[in-house]
Design a protein around this ligand. Structure first.
Ligand code: UT7
Length: 329
């Protein structure tokens, strides 16, 4: 019997309708379009007015199941990556299963910040490869606007809200997830963190007054780690799998900063045409960036294409996944 691999057999995204441009932000924080565009590549982002992360995820899942003609009852497992869960508990995966009617599924949330989707993809793939599950949803969703300080110009210009989901199914042609290199370094928490609201600093009047429920980032330091590690791990997975730049059809990079994406593509020897970039439209949607790229590029992807997904984020967490695309749409 041939080995079972975990293939992505469908992808869908969801973005809130509300568009916030750089000029909109400049109305209430000391910034400008030129700075944001040149330092990050971001022109606009989507900000959710009403609702929670589960609402964006549920919309993406419903659209995917409808597109694929799959009954919600067929879904067996939901792995949901987020740093903006609806609640500390129950898990957002639970809530999404309820909202979509996936009553036969079990599910859980996974926290790995901007690397959340690749961590979740690798985890979901293992349930397929082991033969225990046949239909697994991997979701990346973040309502970053719920934890961003709109008085802090160094962070509020970067992030946006959005969700993406992929369906994983068994494949016997060798398509789907081929390899993953995932890394973490908890020492990085000093530089990128939401300090309060967990068990270390439970919510109190003081934590609210000190604005500790918002994302705190030492941008320059994170940039240095991101630019080095995302490029290195992407090159490492190519070498490990004997892939040359010609063999790689697409780089699917986390959308944190255009300069980090460019450095990664350069290290891999890839021309711009092979790099998925949509940061200008959505900003950094944290766990949402990679499935949103796959969704935006779905029609251009061909069966057998070699994709490298790559990310770096809070934790620190980082890594890369090598996968073979499994269908023509
Ligand atoms: O996805 C999770 C991982 N996160 C990342 O990968 C983010 C990594 N970091 C970055 O992308 C960049 O560091 C930022 C985009 C956050 C900042 O860009 P930078 O080129 O590193 O700028 P900087 O922090 O060195 O600041 C340069 C200047 C400073 O002014 P002075 O000290 O030179 O006078 C800042 O105060 O730009 C100023 N500045 C701004 N000016 C206008 C900082 N934020 C803004 C702003 N508008 N929004």
């Amino acid at each position: 019997m041939s080995k079972i691999t975990a293939a992505i057999t469908g992808v869908q995204g969801y973005l809130p309708e509300n568009i916030v441009t750089n000029d909109d932000l400049a109305k209430f924080v000391d910034t400008n379009n030129e700075w944001i565009l040149s330092r990050t590549g971001i022109a606009e982002r989507r900000i959710m007015k009403d609702g929670a992360s589960s609402d964006m995820a549920a919309e993406a899942v419903k659209a995917l199941l409808e597109k694929k003609g799959i009954d919600p009852l067929e879904i067996e497992l939901v792995v949901l990556a987020t740093v903006t869960p609806d609640y500390p508990f129950p898990s957002t995966a639970n809530v999404v299963c309820d909202k979509v009617g996936m009553t036969n599924a079990w599910g859980y949330d996974l926290i790995a910040a901007c690397s959340g989707f690749i961590y979740a993809l690798q985890t979901g793939a293992k349930f397929i490869e082991s033969g225990t599950h046949k239909k697994v949803l991997v979701i990346g969703v973040d309502k970053m606007s719920s934890i961003i300080d709109y008085e802090d110009r160094t962070t509020c210009v970067i992030f946006g809200d959005g969700a993406g989901v992929v369906l994983l199914e068994p494949n016997e042609e060798g398509l789907g997830v081929q390899d993953a290199i995932l890394k973490s370094d908890g020492g990085g928490r000093k530089y990128l963190i939401q300090p309060a609201g967990g068990s270390a600093q439970p919510a109190s009047i003081q934590t609210v007054e000190e604005r500790l429920h918002y994302v705190k980032q030492e941008g320059k330091t994170v940039f240095k780690f991101a630019v080095t590690n995302m490029a290195e791990v992407s090159a490492e997975i190519m070498e490990k799998n004997n892939l040359t730049a010609d063999d790689v059809d697409w780089l699917v990079p986390h959308q944190a900063n255009l300069r980090i994406i460019d450095a990664t593509a350069q290290r891999m020897g890839l021309p711009k045409e092979k790099v998925m970039i949509n940061i200008q439209k959505y900003g950094n949607t944290t766990a949402g960036t990679l499935p949103l790229c796959l969704w935006d590029w779905e029609k251009q992807l061909k069966k057998g294409d070699n994709l490298i997904l790559s990310a770096f984020g809070g934790g620190f967490t980082w890594g890369a996944v090598y996968l073979k695309w499994a269908y023509n749409s």
